[in-house]
Design a protein around this ligand. Structure first.
Ligand SMILES: [Zn+2]
Length: 851
């Protein structure tokens, strides 16, 4: 988690022991805090993240790795024999008396044999290569019955108006329910509760259970994060918080969850977390995401929330006896601080695929962090047993809710898709629709008639965005001919996202600019701004009219091209794909030069250029007479956060993680061209030998820094003359920027992303401003208020330098970022800025000097 000091203080004050709290209903921590984040924060050093060769390949094409998770050609049960991983005595679950990852497959293999209700399958692999298990529990179906269920599901999504008129449909359809467990690896017990409930359902003789399974399908993602489960940490093996990745889908576990939601189309889902005492059950506080059909969502979600609360409280655990407090519902019990604004969380993403009730559930008793290491094993196991009971109660309450509200939930899902397909305006939810729903809960948006996606900035960026939308089950078309919309002419081949479509909410939440919600709420839980439309490097326009002949596409068209005319070729680094292509050429030893933000490939390397153009879809142009400084593969030493390390590697750079400790242990700089500093490296904490070695490197090497750690490093190491000014710590979102050319800013999008923004004043004569915060705003969408003393707000940042570059007096090429160009691997359109900084720094002081 990234918490501002005030929230952090609130977090530390949350009672962990019963006697710290008075009796009676417990007020939820305010502002509420989503999870006790005991794993490393994002900005800690990520030196232990292993590199995976296939991580790069996995990001090449979302389409290529998009198998459906659910076959519709076989009936149920399917009785797959799951492969059993080798026993791992170091699995962190064992200490808690919980099932280790290697114990899951044997349990599921056994449960499949004990009746005809359970089917298990492997739906993908974690970053660390571990199996991801999806279990389907339902009454047996013939293949024909399964095909009929799929026909109905497909009709609900794609012909919702007809589905709404078909009165027999809801009677024939098995309502899909999705239970997601253990997305945070050190919040274990959802997995064990899921296995317990599956066993109950598999073996129950209760006619109500038979009735339930005849009318529903229950889908269980047994552990969404096996790497974290085994390692006892929140993140997956790549160091990513998976429950922040849904709009980006950078991680394989998230792509697997996304596919479950697309294929199963659940009407209801719960996501099992820990630990908040008393058990925290959504719905949430404001602000509420503006792209949901919130009138339908809040009614169902609140109803199931109340049902889960009753079930959890009904277990009979007490504060006095067990240290277990009554459940809390943020929507009802808190003013703000636990919101459903960004769709980066599972229950905030699922509604776009038709979930009309979706919840985070935080089970009560902490067993991770310092408790894991310091509490006696018996106490940990007592807590885990209670947590498992609580999670199981939440699952049972949810399936009972779906059984009781079966027809209405299906009808409401149909209505979500119907409104989308009809292109109806965003609805203002009536006040009092559920008790306590007030003006503070009302959020709406404006849907354009369509979005047009063009390659005017980069063809490869447009293709990436189109493939991402399609992977998210958003419909995209391609214009046959040039057309006009809102006074603008778009070329043939432009992509069109018609907003009259069932999942228009998802399309809009990604493509719209978002909103500056600073005036409306004091505190946000996590990020408040994102935008694929503004940050992914493609040209994206919302238009109010749509007259175009267009054909549906399943994948973006190829984008690469090489001119026929002979001579040297220019590769402009304006997209991540350009970076990949250039790094591929450099890895092959191609004699590339660097000039003004572009690479020049000699005529003699034409065959290699053609190959990377095809492989990555990049456009090369005639280079004319351009020449430049020789460039070789950039070797980076990175004191960076996990997402930055992942992104740099994804871009094809050679990266060695470093930290204060690594440098103090004696680091050989001879294989490094550029040092990247954003996390885990303090110049002043280096020992004399490490400092001397670093200083020697700085006479030939380059330095890129980001954020507070980077700015501090710049000052301490005496690099550029610049004073870093910190904006408010929790400010974040999409900002308008002005690029002023130079090596790094030139060709950048008009928007950037910030978290804890910084800007640079008192610039020395050696410093060039690459990019500034715009005079208007600069916040476009997100949350950015001044600090209590009036400083650090948006106004203070207006027109200030956000990214600067220069050569320090030793000759080192240095770039300072006050923005967040690689944040959680999201702002794809900003990655090239970092790459250009690296190429420039390397070409100036690395390759050129070293020859
Ligand atoms: Zn969690």
């Amino acid at each position: 988690m990234r918490l501002p000091p005030a929230l952090l203080a609130a977090l530390l004050l949350i009672p962990l022991v019963p006697q710290a709290v008075s009796a009676g209903p417990v007020a939820p921590p305010s502002p509420a805090v989503r999870d006790f984040g005991n794993g490393p924060e994002r900005n800690e050093v990520a030196a232990d993240v292993p590199e995976r060769a296939d991580a790069l390949a996995a990001t090449q094409s979302e389409q290529a790795e998009r198998p459906g998770t659910l076959s519709h050609e076989r009936g149920y049960p399917r009785r797959t024999r799951l492969p059993v991983p080798p026993e791992n005595p170091a699995d962190a679950s064992i200490k808690l008396g919980l099932v280790p990852h290697h114990g899951i497959a044997p349990r599921l293999n056994d449960l499949q044999q004990r009746g005809d209700r359970v089917s298990a399958q492997v739906i993908g692999h974690s970053y660390g290569g571990r199996d991801l298990y999806l279990v389907t529990v339902t009454a047996p179906e013939s293949a024909a019955e399964t095909r009929e269920q799929e026909r109905i599901r497909e009709r609900i999504e794609n012909d919702p108006a007809a589905a709404a008129r078909d009165r027999k449909l809801v009677k024939r359809y098995k309502a899909p329910v999705f239970v997601n467990a253990n997305i945070h690896g050190n919040e274990w017990e959802g997995t064990d509760a899921a296995l317990r409930v599956i066993e109950e359902l598999a073996t129950s003789k209760d006619p109500r259970i038979a009735d339930l399974l005849a009318r529903t399908r229950l889908y269980f993602n047994i552990t969404a994060n096996p790497d974290g489960r085994v390692n006892g940490v929140r993140q997956n093996g790549a160091g990513f918080d998976l429950n922040r990745d849904f709009v980006t889908a950078s991680q394989p576990e998230v792509r697997a969850m996304r596919q479950i939601m697309i294929d199963a189309q659940p009407v209801t889902m719960i996501d099992l977390h820990g630990y908040v005492n008393g058990t925290l059950i959504e719905p949430t506080t404001p602000p509420h995401g503006a792209n949901y059909e919130y009138d339908l969502f809040i009614q169902n979600t609140y109803a199931n929330g109340l049902g889960m609360e009753a079930a959890v409280n009904g277990l009979g655990y007490t504060a006095e006896k067990d240290g277990v407090y009554p459940a809390q519902i943020p929507f009802r019990d808190s003013a703000e601080g636990w919101d459903d604004w960004p769709p980066i969380f599972t229950p905030q993403y699922a509604p776009f695929h038709g979930a009309v009730a979706a919840h985070t559930v935080e089970i009560p008793l902490r067993v991770n962090g310092s408790d894991y290491t310091q509490q006696p094993v018996e106490e940990l196991r007592r807590r885990s047993a209670i947590n498992t009971d609580v999670a199981a109660a939440a699952i049972r309450a949810t399936y009972a809710f779906v059984r009781d509200r079966h027809d209405r939930l299906i009808a409401d899902q149909i209505e979500v898709f119907r409104r989308g397909a009809a292109g109806e305006p965003s609805r203002t939810v009536p006040l009092g629709i559920v008790p306590g729903f007030g003006p503070e809960d009302v959020y709406t948006t404006t849907f354009p008639r369509a979005y047009v996606i063009t390659g005017r900035r980069s063809q490869a960026a447009a293709a990436r965005l189109v493939d991402h939308l399609i992977a998210n089950d958003v419909r995209v078309e391609r214009a046959r001919h040039a057309f006009r919309a809102d006074g603008r002419t778009y070329p043939a081949g432009s992509y069109v996202v018609d907003m009259r479509q069932p999942k228009r909410g998802l399309a809009n939440v990604m493509l719209e600019a978002g909103a500056d919600i600073s005036p409306r709420v004091d505190a946000m839980y996590d990020i408040s701004g994102w935008s694929h439309g503004l940050l992914w490097g493609a040209g994206v326009d919302g238009v109010t009219s749509l007259r175009v002949q267009a054909d549906p596409v399943k994948t973006a068209a190829p984008t690469g091209s090489v001119p026929r005319t002979p001579g040297a070729l220019a590769l402009k680094v304006s997209d991540a794909k350009d970076v990949l292509a250039l790094n591929d050429l450099l890895a092959q030893g191609t004699a590339v030069t660097w000039a003004d933000g572009a690479a020049v490939v000699p005529a003699s390397a034409r065959a290699a250029a053609r190959a990377v153009s095809e492989r990555y879809g990049v456009v090369l142009t005639p280079a004319g007479t351009a020449s430049g400084v020789p460039l070789s593969r950039v070797r980076i030493a990175a004191a960076a956060s996990a997402d930055e390390l992942f992104t740099l590697r994804e871009l094809g750079f050679a990266v060695t993680p470093v930290s204060t400790a690594v440098l103090n242990a004696g680091y050989d700089w001879s294989g490094t061209d550029v040092l990247f500093v954003s996390s885990g490296l303090s110049y002043t904490a280096l020992n004399p030998a490490a400092k001397a070695a670093l200083d020697a490197f700085l006479t030939t090497g380059g330095v890129i820094t980001r954020g507070g750690t980077g700015a501090t490093f710049n000052a301490a190491a005496g690099l550029l003359t610049a004073t870093a000014v910190a904006g408010r710590g929790d400010a974040n979102g999409v900002v308008r920027v002005l690029s002023t050319g130079g090596q790094v800013g030139g060709g950048s999008p008009d928007h950037s992303f910030v978290y804890s923004p910084r800007w640079f004043t008192g610039l020395g004569p050696e410093v060039t401003v690459e990019q500034s915060y715009a005079a208007e705003g600069p916040l476009v969408s997100g949350h950015w208020r001044p600090d209590a003393d009036g400083t650090g707000g948006q106004d203070a940042a207006r027109g200030q330098a956000a990214v600067v570059s220069g050569r320090d007096e030793r000759g080192a090429a240095v770039v300072l970022f006050g923005t967040e160009p690689m944040f959680r691997n999201h702002p794809k359109g900003l990655f090239p800025q970092v790459a250009r900084a690296l190429y420039w720094a390397s070409s100036v002081t690395g390759a050129a000097v070293k020859g």
